[in-house]
Design a protein around this ligand. Structure first.
Ligand code: ZN
Length: 114
């Protein structure tokens, strides 16, 4: 059982959840279910490497496993250092350039901060 929050407008405790909304039957106020977590994590998404370290733009990371490139363009070897990463909110987490490969997209779970 999850505990429902009190209505932020009239403090009623008789709120209920309907899909992605909380609804207060007393004052008819509606607000999104995610609101509480969004305020807790201000600044948006937190990126973490394979060890759980928080990553930031400009960090240098090391690839922790061989990564095959799409289209048979080669393999980025485990241990490859990647400088000056840029964090992106996409299906991958990191945009970067790797010597010999050029522009690359990586997932944060396959790298470790150095
Ligand atoms: Zn209310």
């Amino acid at each position: 059982m999850s505990v429902l929050p009190a209505c932020p407008r009239c403090s009623s405790e008789f709120t209920y959840a309907d899909g992605s909304l909380y609804i207060c039957p007393e004052c008819a106020h509606e607000w999104p279910v995610q609101a509480a977590t969004e305020t807790a994590e201000e600044g948006g998404k937190v990126y973490r490497d394979a060890a759980g370290n928080v990553l930031q733009d400009g960090d240098t990371v090391t690839v922790i496993k061989d990564l095959k490139l799409k289209g048979g363009a080669g393999v980025v070897k485990m241990g490859t250092r990647v400088k000056n990463i840029r964090l992106v909110d996409s299906d991958h987490d990191i945009d970067c350039k790797i010597d010999g490969f050029g522009a690359m997209s990586l997932k944060s779970e396959f790298v470790k901060k150095t």
